[in-house]
Design a protein around this ligand. Structure first.
Ligand SMILES: C[S@@+](CC[C@H](N)C(=O)[O-])C[C@H]1O[C@@H](n2cnc3c(N)ncnc32)[C@H](O)[C@@H]1O
Length: 299
């Protein structure tokens, strides 16, 4: 069975400063690595609500089905932010994909193995990556690859995609990866030419940026005094949203940013778990009303 190794684990637990009788929300349960460690720090009066949009995560959450301190609900961060009641002593969003998603070729997240071009974290969602690749106009596809993949060769990639789909629909990960490779000049590449296009499509299929920007201020508003928000992001677009949202909240309300710079994996973790290399953790704390960062924390 594929295991997901939780990233930045001790920094996240330290950031959340778990209260043994606290109420917590893990919005991205995945394989339950972070959730398990949060539960290990809770007493009988504490509670953890875990949620995830993926059916595989729901399956993995059954391991805690008999634990009265734990509940699981399937859904997106956006939906759960609306539905779950606060106040919380902390919440965690470990954004991005799990190893169970990445390593299963049937899910279509990886350009290293062949599989259907899917990329949906929630397979009830109607639109797959293949739908976007085959149905979007060339200019829109190029813009998407540029905006969400930050790939300078977006126009050439979109052109290659359109040439390929004239012959037949692009239905597999390797067929798309081949279009990206054809768009790149033949020389040594630091990363695979398909990397950024796959990132762009994944972000678009799962509406990843809206899933952070819309709910983050609302979720923070549900923190109890002393409650913490810990957000781990895996690409700069997402991290930028978290950084700006935290700054705006701290400039206008009783919030303290604990991570002036985001926390990243140390050398050992980066060596042992390559997936941790792009992870960035930011932590924000809800302070008592009247507290102001501008006054150096005085009321
Ligand atoms: C990086 S993994 C989390 C791993 C987890 N912390 C662990 O230690 O096992 C990300 C998980 O979050 C889920 N996810 C990502 N974005 C989501 C969103 N907007 N709403 C709900 N779940 C999301 C994915 O389905 C995936 O299972």
């Amino acid at each position: 069975m594929v295991q997901h190794i939780p990233v930045l684990l001790h920094q996240t637990l330290e950031g959340l400063a778990i209260k043994p009788d606290g109420r917590y929300w893990d919005g991205t349960f995945g394989g339950g690595g972070h959730s398990g460690e949060i539960l290990a720090r809770l007493e009988a009066a504490g509670h953890l609500t875990a949620t995830d949009r993926d059916a595989v995560a729901e399956e993995r959450a059954k391991q805690y089905a008999d634990d009265s301190r734990f509940t699981f609900q399937r859904g997106t961060i956006l939906e759960m932010t609306e539905q779950l009641d606060g106040p919380w002593d902390g919440f965690l969003w470990d954004l991005g994909t799990s190893m169970m998603q990445l390593k299963d070729p049937e899910r279509g997240f990886s350009f290293k193995e062949d599989g259907p071009l899917d990329m949906r974290m929630d397979r009830r969602h109607p639109t797959t990556a293949a739908d976007l690749v085959n149905e979007m106009r060339e200019e829109d596809l190029a813009d998407l690859i540029y905006k969400y993949g930050e790939d300078r060769l977006s126009r050439r990639i979109a052109w290659q995609i359109v040439q390929a789909r004239r012959h037949e629909r692009i239905e597999t990960t390797l067929a798309l990866a081949e279009c990206c490779r054809r768009a790149y000049p033949k020389k040594h590449h630091r990363i695979d030419p398909a990397t950024r296009t796959f990132q762009a499509l994944r972000i678009a299929v799962n509406e990843e940026l809206d899933q952070v920007s819309e709910p983050l201020p609302k979720a923070v508003a549900k923190l109890a005094v002393g409650g913490r928000a810990a957000i781990i992001s895996f690409h700069s677009l997402e991290d930028r949203i978290v950084k700006h949202c935290f700054r705006e909240l701290a400039a206008n309300g009783p919030y303290r940013i604990h991570t002036k710079k985001p926390l990243v994996a140390d050398e050992q973790e980066a060596r042992e778990n390559p997936a941790s290399r792009s992870a960035k953790l930011r932590v924000l704390e809800r302070m008592p009303d009247g507290w102001s960062a501008k006054k150096g924390g005085r009321k």
